[in-house]
Design a protein around this ligand. Structure first.
Ligand code: ADP
Length: 437
């Protein structure tokens, strides 16, 4: 039997023993019965009072505290209190689980929109809101196809075959390419998952352009080599010794061009793959620049006035080979793009304000129009293709320079005026200068 019934029986027994019996003994049984009825009425009133408290609590707000009672009601209220506490605890942990779940959804790198069978939006995470320029708050409840009206998307939803994803371009966010997939779940509910593939697409385009460029670069020299080789193989004796010599020279030239291109491609690829050696050798700037000076004097063959000024001999922390290749590229470009009779100045100095080392190459050459400047370090970007080829260029020099400088936390600045000349400045940060003598 439950405690409440035991308590109530004890109360009834107490009324009989302590109210009815003494009164019946002191007076008579009739008076005893009257006292018993009065006792029972008091007990009833006491129960009605507590029942009233319980009803008041039940009808009150959900968070109103449980009333206090005594006797059997104290036990009943305590039981209720325990149940309410357990429920609240369960509710709390459910709310926390739901919040964790929502936070996980928000943290997803993909956009997620949950919608019902009428295509009304139930829920949007922030990434999806950004992908479709929606508001995670105010657009809930709206029809998905009212907000994303692109015909490709509407057709994809109408079609109902969601095994294949949809590549979605031309949405409200400019330049964004999304991979969309609908995943049906539960009772006519669906998730629209969106993934930003713009970067992947750009890389794929770059890869395709790169392959097309390399093939194009190799095609011309290969055609020349193949043509002359075939000519000589088929009718060597038909040509004079001078002609044969000239053709062989052309073959050698084109071979050299292809070799140069392959070397530059390998350099670029090793720089880009990050597999290059660590860059903390001691690099003495002055001897390196004197050796570059000798190289470009040989390249110029006396056609230019070339000077080198090392204003402050320094020692750098970096990769000697890479820095020599980058500085050498800037210097040889100055020779290649400066007509005979022009002037080329190489200067090494340390910036007094920030302590950065600066290698400055100034020429009085053909110059570069302003619109080309931002693209100069792109692979295979050339202002004038034929001039670059005539001078043995591969279109990869400045791309290599940029990679090398980036690996040294250095930057490249270019100023130029068409027809007057250019100035290329490689800035090496002060932290990479070991000493300034
Ligand atoms: P390339 O092998 O064609 O010289 P680079 O990457 O070294 O390739 O340079 C890219 C382009 O930048 C060149 O084709 C040329 O048009 C331009 N350029 C680079 N240096 C100079 C310069 N000193 N003067 C004028 N144009 C330059």
């Amino acid at each position: 039997m439950s405690t409440i019934w035991v308590r109530t029986l004890w109360q009834l027994l107490a009324i009989v023993v302590f109210v009815f019996a003494p009164v019946a003994v002191a007076w008579d049984v009739a008076t005893g019965l009257l006292a018993l009825i009065a006792g029972l009425l008091f007990l009833l009133g006491w129960h009605v009072f507590h029942f009233g408290l319980l009803m008041g609590w039940l009808e009150g707000s959900l968070d109103s505290p449980l009333p206090r009672g005594s006797g059997a009601w104290e036990i009943a209220f305590a039981g209720l209190h325990r149940r309410v506490r357990i429920r609240l605890g369960q509710q709390q942990s459910l709310t926390e689980t739901l919040e964790r779940f929502m936070r996980a959804f928000q943290a997803l790198p993909d956009g997620v929109i949950a919608f019902d069978r009428h295509r009304h939006i139930d829920w949007i995470n922030e990434r999806a809101a950004a992908h479709f320029a929606l508001s995670a708050g105010t657009d809930r409840g709206q029809a998905l196809t009212n907000l994303i009206r692109h015909p490709d998307f509407v057709a994809y939803l109408d079609n109902g075959h969601f095994d294949e994803p949809l590549i979605y371009r031309g949405g409200r966010v400019e330049g964004l390419t999304l991979l969309l997939q609908v995943i049906p779940y539960g009772n006519d509910q669906s998730l629209l998952v969106s993934r930003d593939i713009s970067q992947l697409e750009r890389m794929e385009t770059m890869r395709r352009d790169f392959i097309a460029n390399v093939s194009h670069e190799l095609k011309t020299p290969l055609t020349v080599v193949a043509g002359f080789s075939e000519m000589l193989a088929e009718g060597y004796e038909e040509y004079s010794a001078d002609e044969v010599k000239r053709y062989l020279k052309l073959i050698c030239e084109q071979n050299g061009r292809m070799q140069h291109l392959i070397e530059d491609l390998l350099t670029l690829s090793s720089l880009e793959s990050g597999g290059a050696p660590p860059i903390d050798e001691r690099v003495e700037v002055a001897p390196m620049l004197h050796s570059i000076l000798n190289d470009i004097k040989a390249l110029s063959a006396g056609q230019h006035e070339i000077s080198l000024a090392v204003e402050m001999p320094s020692v750098l922390r970096g990769c000697a080979n890479e820095l020599r290749s980058a500085f050498g590229n800037l210097a040889s470009n100055a020779v290649r793009y400066t007509p005979a009779g022009g002037r080329i100045e190489l200067v090494w100095r340390v910036n007094a304000e920030n302590g950065a080392g600066e290698f400055v190459v100034t020429d009085t050459g053909i110059g570069i129009a302003a619109q080309h400047l931002p693209r100069l370090t792109e692979r295979f970007y050339r202002v004038d293709r034929s001039r670059s080829r005539e001078t043995g260029g591969t279109g990869l020099g400045l791309a290599i320079v940029k990679h090398v400088l980036t690996r040294h936390q250095a930057t490249l600045a270019v100023t130029s005026e068409l027809g007057k000349g250019s100035c290329f400045t490689a800035r090496i940060p002060a932290e990479r200068l070991l000493s300034r003598q």
